[in-house]
Design a protein around this ligand. Structure first.
Ligand SMILES: Nc1ncnc2c1ncn2[C@@H]1O[C@H](COS(=O)(=O)NC(=O)[C@@H](N)CS)[C@@H](O)[C@H]1O
Length: 439
């Protein structure tokens, strides 16, 4: 992409309303724009990151055997009356009336709608196990949206729902998602720790939040320091091997880890001083087993092997892709701006032409751009006539993993400069060597 033809509204000054670094940087880099309280437009740079995060989430959900659907954002209130949550949900629910005065709502989550779909088609235990998921916008009228997209009112969520015949198979479904979440957050460059959590308005009695440690996290969390060194389950994990899954979950739940709501000071105190970790955390995912909480009142049942009908056992599994954009910035930035993990960087390379309009420099940049693009490398080519200093600052601010810096002097010596954003390392290399480092 040529910057001269892109849309990257960089802000030079720090927006005063932004309290945390991710909110400041997402505004300054032109990733998002607030349209109303807690409601944002995603501009090109932000949308590219959001899409890459969603693709990684999708790959890991599919690897775990979940099947993607897409449910609507607008739901009928009648569905929520069946589960009894229409009144319980409270002021966070955005209630709407259509032209026929029918009660509708902008979905804050989809347990009822998913249960309705299951009730319509799933009749036999032979149809199970099943896990359906979607990645869809949600609305929760948070009393105090803050920190940009970290706690917004309209936000993107991947929500998956497992459907099983009985508790034992529902536990395996839960473990599949637990393992998929460990893999997902690791691929996003995050160390997420599963913590025993409250079940809140979703309900049920078995729940883990996946927390990343960050000084600006909204909640205080407590865990054994050994979690930081635990290895992530490999891509080859067998999602059909209930015992293998259970052993991974056991390992990841054997040490103390709890959010503030579930914290037990006495149990925590048993851990040797040097191995206790208490920190602020950001909840990036939350999984629940809630059995027949929705299937019983809504009549989602299957005929079992014994010919007897029984309500299905369910769980729901949420990840916040829009929150993750901010959370990753909180976990990976420096004084010059964002440092994107390579897997979700909006572009892999910033190509900086230090003298746009100079024939030799333009030709060299065009050739580099063509070569990298042909190899499938995402390049943002700064072909504008901004001063070099401004180009360096922008490239550092938007946090692309690599910068290839091309100027007349270097070219005269047959070289370009390669800079790695993560540690600032710079090398003067031949054009061929620089390209070889990237691809
Ligand atoms: N106001 C919000 N802004 C941004 N992300 C949010 C917000 N509320 C929740 N999330 C994200 O959505 C994830 C799932 O939300 S949740 O309420 O915990 N779980 C559910 O809604 C269940 N239905 C899971 S399918 C959270 O872990 C968080 O990452």
């Amino acid at each position: 992409m040529r910057l001269s033809r892109y849309f990257l509204p960089i802000l030079r000054e720090v927006p005063k309303e932004a309290e945390i670094i991710s909110h400041r940087l997402m505004l300054r880099t032109g990733m998002i724009r607030q349209e109303s309280a807690g409601i944002y437009a995603w501009l090109p740079l932000g949308k590219r990151v959001l899409d890459k995060i969603c693709n990684i989430i999708r790959e890991e959900q599919n690897r775990a055997g979940a099947v993607e659907i897409l449910m609507p954002t607008i739901q009928s209130a009648d569905l929520w009356r069946e589960s009894g949550r229409y009144d319980d949900y409270g002021k966070e629910m955005l209630r709407i009336k259509d032209r026929h005065e029918r009660d509708m709502l902008f979905g804050p989550t989809n347990e009822e709608m998913l249960t309705e779909i299951v009730r319509a088609y799933v009749k036999s235990y032979k149809d199970l196990p099943l896990n359906l998921y979607h990645i869809q916008w949600k609305f929760r009228d948070e009393v105090r949206p803050r920190f940009g997209v970290m706690r917004s009112r309209e936000f993107l969520m991947k929500d998956a729902y497992s459907i099983d015949l009985d508790f034992e198979s529902a536990v395996t479904a839960y473990n599949r998602m637990f393992v998929a979440y460990l893999r997902t957050f690791a691929r996003l460059g995050l160390k997420a720790i599963p913590m025993v959590a409250d079940t809140g308005p979703i309900g049920g009695n078995h729940s883990h939040e996946f927390i990343i440690l960050a000084s600006t996290g909204e909640s205080q969390v407590f865990c054994h320091a050994d979690y930081l060194a635990m290895d992530t389950p490999a891509a080859g994990v067998n999602f059909d091997d209930a015992e293998e899954l259970q052993s991974i979950v056991n390992r990841w739940t054997s040490l103390y880890a709890a959010t503030e709501e579930k914290h037990d000071e006495a149990a925590f105190g048993v851990i040797p001083e040097g191995e206790r970790l208490s920190a602020r955390g950001i909840e990036v995912g939350h999984i629940f087993y809630f059995g027949t909480k929705y299937s019983a009142p809504m009549g989602a049942k299957v005929t079992g092997p014994d010919g007897v009908d029984s309500p299905v056992h369910m769980g729901s599994y949420g990840i916040g892709p829009s929150r993750l954009v901010a959370a990753i910035i909180e976990a990976s930035h420096d004084e010059n701006g964002i440092i994107w993990p390579e897997a979700i960087a909006p572009f892999s390379v910033g190509l900086l032409n230090l003298k746009a309009g100079d024939a030799a420099t333009d030709a060299a940049c065009d050739s580099i751009y063509a070569t990298l693009t042909a190899k499938g490398v995402d390049v943002l080519y700064d072909d504008t006539d901004e001063r070099p200093g401004s180009k360096f600052a922008t490239a550092d601010l938007i946090g692309l993993p690599w910068q290839i810096i091309v100027g007349p002097k270097g070219l005269a010596a047959g070289t370009v400069e390669l800079k790695r954003r993560a540690d600032g390392a710079r090398e003067t290399l031949s054009l061929e060597s620089a390209l070889a480092r990237i691809v």
